[in-house]
Ligand binder design. Sequence first.
Ligand SMILES: Nc1nc2c(ncn2[C@@H]2O[C@H](COP(=O)(O)OP(=O)(O)OP(=O)(O)O)[C@@H](O)[C@H]2O)c(=O)[nH]1
Ligand SMILES: [Mg+2]
Length: 100
Amino acid sequence: MRKTHVLVYVVDSSDRKRLPQAKAELHRLLRLDSQLPVVVLGNKQDKHNAMSVWELHEALSLGAVADDRRLFLLAAQLGSDGLIVSRNLQAFQELILQLV
Ligand SMILES: Nc1nc2c(ncn2[C@@H]2O[C@H](COP(=O)(O)OP(=O)(O)OP(=O)(O)O)[C@@H](O)[C@H]2O)c(=O)[nH]1
Ligand SMILES: [Mg+2]
C-alpha cells in the first residue's frame, strides 16, 4: 500500500455472518499504514436485513480506530442500473478528492 492515498473499504451490510471477517480484514489493512485515510462504504443498504450505519460502526469496531486517522463511514447502495445511488454523489467524489 506504499502508493495508496486513500482506502475505500466496501462492506456488504446484509452479510452479517461475514462481518467479523470484514472487521478483521479492515483492521489488518489499517495496521499496515497508520496515516492512511479510510472511507468505509456500507453497501446493499436497500436489502431488508441490512445493518444500519450505527450497527456497522459497532460491528467493525470503528470506535477503536485512532482519533487522528481520517475515517468516514457512509451508507451506500447500487441502483438497478449498477450506479451507486447517493443523494449526493458529487459530495462523495469531492470527499475522495480531498483525501488524496
Ligand atoms: N441489492 C443490492 N445488490 C447489490 C448492491 N451492490 C452490489 N449488489 C449485487 O451484489 C452482487 C455481488 O455481491 P457479492 O456479495 O459480491 O456476491 P455474493 O453473490 O453475495 O457472493 P459472496 O459474497 O462472494 O458469497 C452483484 O450481483 C451486485 O449486483 C446493492 O447495493 N444492493
Ligand atoms: Mg456477498
